[in-house]
Design a protein around this ligand. Sequence first.
Ligand code: IVH
Length: 679
Amino acid sequence: MALISKTVTDMDDKEAKARIEHLRREIERHNAAYYLHDAPLISDYDFDRLMLELRDLETQYQQFADLDSPTQKIGGAALPAFAPVRHARQLLSLENASSEADLAAFLSRLTKAGLAEPLFMVEPKMDGLTLSVSFERGRFSLAATRGDGVTGENVTANARVIKAIPARLSEAVPRLAVRGEAYMDKQAFVRLNERREEAGQPLFANPRNAAAGSLRQLDPSVTAGRKLAIFFYDIIDIEGEAPSSQSGLLERLAAWGLPVNPERRLCRGVKQIMDYIAEMEQKRHDLPYEIDGMVIKLDDIAARNMLGATGKFPRWAVAYKFPPEQRETIVQNIIIGVGRTGAMTPAAVLKPVFLAGSTISHATLHNEDNVRDKDIRIGDTVLIQKAGDVIPEVVRVLREKRTGAEKEFVMPLHCPECGSPGVRLPGEAVRRCLNIDCPARIYESIIHFASKHGMNIDGLGPGLVRRLLDEGLIDDITDLYHLEAAKITALPGFGEISTANLLRAVEQSKGRPLHNLLFALGIRHVGEQAAKILAASFADIDQLMAADAQTLTTIPDIGGVIAQSIVNFFAEQHNVRLIERLREAGVNLREEQKTLGEQPLAGLNFVISGALANLSRDEAKALIEENGGKVSSSVSRNTSYLLLGENPGSKLDKANALQVPVIELAQLLAMLKEEAGYA
Ligand code: IVH
């Protein structure tokens, strides 16, 4: 069977229709073989190509769209990507302000442009993701993510099941495209994570990620179960009379039956705006959804059009971001977690509080010195915040709230899991359990082995690792490659399909390149970056195992500490046996070597800021690294480029201050093409 007959553009309508119908029949046949008879006739890869071709054709030839097409139905198979959609008008992003002075500067620019004391609409800045939703003659027709502002992803099938998006407007507007922010409210988010925790699935870090993850689902029935909501706030394209003010626009959207945020206020001058911002900063905790700031928009649309935009940002609006949220809570206990390297890390068990998008019940305390320096005691009232917006930490103790009943923390001198002595090596801040057979270390090392950047064994999360260990089905990582289907299916809650999925993921992991395996082994000091450098320097693990510390330090970026740690790791017979057992199981121990000619980004350092269109951060990082570039987490003078996404944050300010060139994804892709000679 010819999988792709012709490219999309060289077909006439008749040919396209015939091909679309043929593809629909074929996909239906394969769906039945896969889902009903459990006997696929073609590989997942070939199936995905059929689906992709059909989606492309349906985007190109919208006259043949059909709600009964397999692309619109629940239960379709995996798709590598969502089809691109070009927006009718560029979806701009917003410049950030974080102080009254920034806001005053924004207002004075408008005064200079000839607007005296203009009126502003001030709206909450929803912490969700932008959606563009189109209606044809009043009927819902298309939904797309923002993407890079010019082209987004077609998420129509998923948006169709979001109840907050009406299937039909109250008026048959000939053509309308509106912009809104899809979000998940705090309660729905907490429930979703509770369900995921019970099912042993990874948790979403915050409601925004949960909303984005729910929309980028290959199966709309998953989206339907996720309780997404949306507030609309802009018209992208309209055939018919356009509103003349933001207040009129919002009223018009509401009258059509589109959800609009009732929290908004018309303000004039810095004082009124700042007063409303202060009011909302207090109120945000009581709102059922997350907001991360306020958006200040010129109300008069004719004036907006006159002002226009600079690059990505309109001159007529600004986003005022709230400072990181802090919350007060109580340290109910201090416990010790034992990590994969044996590090005994104290953590505070907190009275649960909702903070910046998630319920926090634990905060890391890093090490015993930190607990002593901050004088954190059991029973203390503390202020917490999220470091880098993700990891909860204790900022300080509210000593004035002490009652005298607080208990000082004493660091245990033995591992709480296996009772071995906790050793504090010279120069280290942490105490470690040095027993390589410690059950806590084994548990953590298996989770790490299976993790996304390691062997990427999908579905093997902490919950399942715990069960496999408890049931005696595994004792270490190598046992994963000898799991028997019958024993897994016998576990409560496991069916044949989930067992087959797990075993398939284990099987697939055997083919991971050497750098993933090196990272997965959890050798101390060998992170992702070092693993990649090592794998690029040695053709296989045997050569690496044979190298001495001196040879290792001749490799750029491999210092003495990493080198010694590698030598120590392979000096342990236990680890050598582990590698042998992986080899016997058929795990790949080699890395495909790239030539320098294929490395157009060699010598360049990138920093990624904000969310990128159509590409996750991990994918962008992999793309840069595969092409020889490096990715760091903070901007410095050594940064060659800042790769800019949506909502970039403070890295952009730093890049501007250091005059680091700022590029978007399209420019990065162009760099790859130019170098490869097909620009
Ligand atoms: S107005 C030209 N209004 O914030 C119009 N944006 O950093 C620009 N956002 O990409 C957007 N709530 O995804 C606007 N009430 C609101 C918003 C809002 C959330 C998001 C939007 C945008 C980002 C800007």
